[in-house]
Structure formats: structure tokens, C-alpha cells
Ligand binder design. Sequence first.
Ligand SMILES: O=C(O)CCC(=O)C(=O)O
Length: 333
Amino acid sequence: MPLIKYFRKYLGPEKLAEQTEQEVLINDDPPWFDSDSASRRVTKELKDPWARGKVVELIEQGFTIIESGIALEMCDQAAAEFLNWKKRNEHALSKFREADGRLMRIINFHQTLPVLKTLFSRNRSLALQDYLFKKETALYTSLFYEQGSAQPIHRDIPLFWTYPGFMYFGMWIALEDTDDENGPLEVIPGGHRIGLIDRSAIAAQRFNEPMTIPPMSNELWIDYQDEVARRVVEKRLTKKKIYVKKGDVILWHPLAPHGGASINDPSRTRLSFVLHTTPKGVPVFHMDVFFDPSRQVQKHARWTYSNFEGRAIAETGPMSIGHGIEYDFSTLK
Ligand SMILES: O=C(O)CCC(=O)C(=O)O
């Protein structure tokens, strides 16, 4: 998969916080929720049976579905505002269409349409994430999809590598129902537990000097995802399409392999919004750090946060479309 097509080289311009701290060695320890005793701990700690069930499911199978995680009116309002925005900007958006006419995915669209921030701040899954992170959940970045992504199965972690490690969730919101025709999300249940992958060994095949690994590398992305795919086959795990209803939320583990199923009816939309979350203040690194476990990193996020309905939103840059395409998005209406 051509990575650069999907990921902008750098997010930004970020609003930067002041940096005065010392650097620390990147931390590779698995998160508490990956320990053998995690499900037992959750069963003891969480009194609410609904929350307990969802958290244990995420720990055990690598994802969970939060039915009606967001109110239907909010989904309808988000969809309506997207369509109005698209109409207002029809001419300018013509260069951001895929060959089949659909709009490319939109990065950080929540910075343009505030209604999208409410899909975060009023989301039922936040309580689960606060519990798993053991810290306040913040919105880091987002992707808005007009249609199914038809993306191959992959893990996001090379692009969302945190300090401490594994402090990231993918939070996928259905703004309309998904079925076999409009390219639902796909996951590999159990694919988060295929064993540790030696990232420095993967990098060493491409780069003699770890310090020369760039923040984004198509080759390393493909090598890593190929190794994930090989292990999935070895463990006899299989892909599962997730059919959800408008308002449902799919929350995935930082190591969960997922992608978009193929679209059988290209005339169908599949409006959806993916949020990438981290605990507030946690820094996120890219492939230069992920593939070089000997890196020294700063312990705190470089960006500032804004407050929206009592929830933290990282100022990781304004919206853009079609990673890498030069355009002044501030001219959109
Ligand atoms: O929504 C989809 O089809 C896939 C989303 C995805 O893989 C991602 O955002 O990482």
C-alpha cells in the first residue's frame, strides 16, 4: 500500500508548548491491559457490568463495539454539516477526488466543523478509554471518510508510537449503517496478540544507521505490515467484517490489525469518523522512533490542548485533504 498517499508527512503547524525537559529512553513495556492478569483486574475494579464487558472484550479480542456510543442526532448533524460544507466548496474540492469521484479522506476535519468535536466529547467510549489509559483521554488527530477506505489490513502503531508505549486507541464512529455493499471496517480478532515483532531487525534490513530512519518510510511500513500478516496466517487468525449501525463506535487496541473491506457498490457512501486518542500530554512519534528503540525522546507532548466541553483536544494542526497535496485549506468556506 502506498503509505505516503495516506499519511501527510507531518501534521501541523502544531501549536507548540514550551519544552524544557530532559530526554528519556523510549519505553517498550507492554501496557497494563496486556498483562495476563488484566481481565481479572478489570472484573474486580469495574462495578458497572456494561463497562466491564466492553473493556474485557477489547483486552481479549482487540476491539469492542459500543452500540449507540453517540446520539443519532449528532451523527445526522455531522453528516448534514459535511454535505453543506462539500456543496459550499464544490469547485475547490474537485482536485481532492479519487479516480472514482469520491472525496479523499479528510485529516483533522474536527478543526473545521466543531460538531465533529462533539462526536468526541459526548462519546460513551471515553469512560472506557479513561479507565484503560488511567488518565484523561485526549483527541490527538482524526480522519473523516466519505466512503469506505478499502485499505488493506494494517496496524496503526508505527504512526502512533507513544511514550510510554501503546498509549493510543482508534475510535471509529459510524455516521451511517455499514453492510457488505459499502465497505465496512474489518478487523482480525486476536490479531493484537501475535507476539512481539522485532522492529529494529526490520529496520536494519533497510537502514544501516538507525538515526537515518525517516519519520515516514513506505518500505518500513510495508515490511512491518507484511510481518503482521505472516503471523496472522501462522496463528490461523481470520478477518472479520464489522457491520454496525449509525451511532455505533468501534474501539480498537493499539496493536489491532484492521482495514476497510472492499466496496461492492461504489455509489454508496460510508460516512465515518476515526479519532486517534492518547492520554493527555503523552507524546506521539512516527517511524523514526518506532523502528529505533534506542532513541531518546521527550516525555511530554509538544503541542498544546484546547478544552471542548471539558475534554482535551490536541492542537495538532488544521484540516487538510489527501496527504501531501499542497493547498491553502484556509481558503475553503
Ligand atoms: O475506515 C476504514 O475503512 C479503515 C480505517 C483505518 O484503517 C484507519 O483509520 O486506520
